[in-house]
Ligand binder design. Structure first.
Ligand SMILES: Cc1ncc(COP(=O)(O)O)c(C=O)c1O
Length: 405
């Protein structure tokens, strides 16, 4: 058997949508992107969603809209993909990394200690599809002493009057937190639609807007859309209409829009996400649970707890009582079975770029502990029960070989 880590789900419906886009004569941002935005807005239970060309772009676009820049600080968990912090870095602001809880998500107690009068944004990350503790985080930004400390710069920050909570939900489309869907859990959420994600557009991201008054979602959407298209008053689709040539550039925007030919892939997938793709991921996760439960060395990830439920993006197995070296050796053994596994993630303070900036893993003991014992197993709709059994046997044999029975 040869088991890849996360192949995209491409069926006849995807091929049909993509072919339709190609044949239509319109392949960049247009009707398919718009429809995908509407579908994602429905899943997230918000009125407006903007599609962009990646989650990294989405994080940057939102912070640019909020007026984040040099001198500002943005609080991020140390345990995430580098894009969460690099988006901050590219705006000239400083990522402030805080440690996580055992469930892989940012620790709200550590957030409070990290807030200063320079803090502009907090970015919780829903690692593996398991939502961060949004109630605690939303409460923190509204505490009177935290609001008093907020030092707004520019109109948007003045209007909000507090730290912005922007979720990095790259992994968690379709997850729930206290019975509410991701996308609606804080001010703004950014999903990733990258090739390995639950719903993909090859590369892509989606920003859901959930700001309350005085913000009007349709206006925020229009502003962000403008910012994703160079600040140009007319998009290419409108300009192709006869007589529609005249345009202006009214702000220094980015070029981050999603092409229709990419949106077509996501559109075909999202139409069957709730009814098929997500339940199939859940099936695989439950099968892993059933088969691993008997082993005391296997620490299984949180998948459901009351009204909170994962999007089953990653199956983050941890192995009790092993060192980082033993974990690496177990992965080497597993690869001999032609099974691709991964580690999500190397904590950012262990990566050269961040080490060189002075971040130190010693200040992030939970992140290190989770990382050193973690192995992400394949999880996707195409996996059969037989393949899951093959993976569980391979992991078990590899554990026994490295650690001993
Ligand atoms: C937690 C997290 N945030 C952000 C990103 C960036 O997503 P994208 O590749 O769509 O820019 C990723 C990508 O894997 C991620 O895992």
């Amino acid at each position: 058997m040869n088991i890849p880590f996360s192949p995209p789900f491409i069926d006849d419906d995807v091929l049909f949508e993509v072919a339709e886009s190609l044949k239509s004569g319109w392949i960049t941002t247009g009707p398919k992107t718009k429809t995908l935005e509407e579908e994602i807005a429905k899943i997230a239970s918000v009125s407006h969603t903007l599609c962009v060309n990646s989650a990294t772009s989405g994080l940057m676009l939102v912070m640019k809209w909020f007026g984040v820049g040099p001198g500002d600080e943005v609080i991020v968990p140390s345990y995430t993909y580098c894009a969460t912090a690099l988006a901050v870095y590219h705006l000239g602001a400083t990522p402030i990394m805080v440690d996580i809880k055992s469930d892989f998500t940012i620790d709200p107690d550590k957030i409070l200690a990290a807030i200063s009068n320079r803090t502009k944004v907090i970015i919780p990350v829903d690692i593996a599809g398991w939502p961060a503790d949004y109630d605690a985080i939303n409460k923190i930004v509204s505490l009177p002493e935290v609001v008093r400390l907020f030092n707004p710069n520019g109109n948007v920050q003045k209007r909000l009057g507090r730290i912005l909570v922007m979720s990095d939900a790259a992994h968690s489309i379709g997850a729930f937190y206290n019975s509410k869907p991701t996308g609606s859990l804080c001010d703004i959420t950014v999903f990733s639609l990258h090739a390995v994600k639950n719903v993909t557009t090859a590369e892509g991201g989606a920003i859901t807007i959930n700001l309350s008054t005085p913000f009007i979602s349709s206006e925020v959407y229009a502003q962000m859309r403008l910012m994703s298209l160079n600040g140009q008053t007319k998009d290419a689709f409108t300009k192709t209409k006869a007589g529609g040539w005249r345009y202006d550039i009214i702000l220094p925007g980015f070029k981050m829009n999603m092409p229709d030919v990419c949106a077509a892939i996501g559109l075909a997938q999202i139409r069957k996400y709730g009814s098929f793709l997500l339940p199939e991921r859940k099936r695989v996760a439950e099968e892993y649970y059933r088969q691993f439960r008997k082993y005391s060395w296997a620490q299984l990830p949180l998948l459901k707890d009351g009204g909170t439920e994962s999007s089953y993006h990653l199956f983050a197995l941890r192995i009790n009582g092993i060192t980082e070296c033993q974990r690496d050796a177990i992965i080497d053994e597993i690869s001999l079975y032609n099974i691709a596994v991964n580690v999500h993630f190397v904590p950012m303070p262990m990566l050269t770029i961040f080490k060189d900036m002075g971040y130190d893993i010693k200040n992030h003991p939970i992140a290190y502990d989770n990382y050193s014992r973690e192995i992400s197993l394949p999880i996707y709709p195409q996996l059969t029960e037989e393949q899951v059994k093959y993976i569980v046997d391979a992991v078990t044999n590899s554990f026994n070989k490295v650690v001993g029975k």
